[in-house]
Design a protein around this ligand. Structure first.
Ligand SMILES: C[S@@+](CC[C@H](N)C(=O)[O-])C[C@H]1O[C@@H](n2cnc3c(N)ncnc32)[C@H](O)[C@@H]1O
Length: 273
């Protein structure tokens, strides 16, 4: 029997781009993320990933940045086995299955209500995994999340859709809610936002981008005095580059020589509070 999903808004539909990136990466011999569950989802739903015309480069970058965010979350959970995990703008991502956290961890996937309904129809239930259907700019959603426990918060592909004011308000609310924790998200430089508005593969979301992007990884430290940068992860300098096809690998290794140039591509920003 087929699965019927709620009708998504254009903003919710942005989840297909990243899901397809992970699904297509998993089909490569040298897959970065090996998210075969993402591939099972697109196949089960008969979703046409070809319509994004994604070349190898964006597919690998989507997979690589997801892997970096997984690493941050996994490291935190290993040190805090009673942690709360939050995936903001989770879409249909299978992160909680990739991480497979131990029983003491509660993991919350947060996205618009129709996306959470879709997750419930598409993904299996898992002990300790919860969905919260909300607009993230309505900050009351955090009332449903236990306080008093350390938290690791990731956001993969979300930031570009929030205004700077919404982003700062969200960060402040999260930081007030938990005693301490870590936050990681893929950063969008001003150039990355400029490029996303023009790149063919992201045309479906070009009009929805509300963030101007920022270039200085320390900028969030000015949003809240508790935020401290742990690491700016330049993807050009990460070990997965060795798995890239030859021409892309050589180009990426060249780009890695310059932090300035590398920031024009994909970065993952990791903070603690
Ligand atoms: C590009 S998708 C990324 C999905 C997922 N993180 C992934 O990596 O596959 C962006 C997601 O953010 C969600 N989103 C954007 N703005 C949001 C908001 N204000 N409140 C809740 N979710 C939001 C969208 O519904 C979508 O699922």
């Amino acid at each position: 029997m087929g699965i019927t999903l709620p009708e998504f808004t254009p903003l919710e539909n942005s989840l297909w781009l990243t899901l397809c990136g992970k699904a297509l990466d998993s089909r490569f011999d040298n897959s970065i993320l090996s998210d075969t569950m993402a591939d099972e989802i697109v196949r089960k739903l008969d979703y046409d990933c070809d319509k994004f015309h994604m070349s190898t480069n964006p597919i690998l970058l989507i997979a690589q940045r997801a892997k970096k965010l997984d690493e941050v979350a996994a490291g935190f959970i290993a040190r805090n086995p009673d942690a709360i995990g939050l995936d903001l703008g989770a879409g249909l991502d299978t992160r909680v299955f990739r991480l497979d956290p131990p029983p003491g961890v509660d993991w919350y996937d947060v996205d618009f209500p129709d996306v959470i309904t879709a997750r419930q129809r598409v993904l299996p239930e898992r002990p300790g995994a919860h969905g919260i259907g909300t607009d993230l700019t309505d900050l009351h959603w955090l009332d449903a999340v236990p306080t008093g426990r350390p938290a690791v918060i990731v956001a993969d592909g979300l930031l570009a859709f929030l205004t700077p004011d919404d982003m700062i308000a969200l960060m402040n609310r999260l930081i007030d809610h938990f005693p301490h924790g870590e936050i990681a998200f893929n950063g969008y430089s001003r150039f990355a936002i400029w490029a996303a508005k023009r790149y063919r593969g992201t045309q479906s979301v070009a009009d929805l981008l509300k963030s101007p992007g920022f270039d200085d990884p320390r900028e969030p430290e000015s949003w809240n005095p508790r935020i401290k940068l742990v690491r700016e992860i330049l993807l050009t300098r990460e070990p997965e580059v060795a798995q890239f096809p030859l021409a892309l690998r050589l180009f990426t290794q060249l780009a890695s020589l310059s932090a300035w140039w590398s920031r024009h591509g994909t970065t993952v920003l990791h903070y603690r509070f």
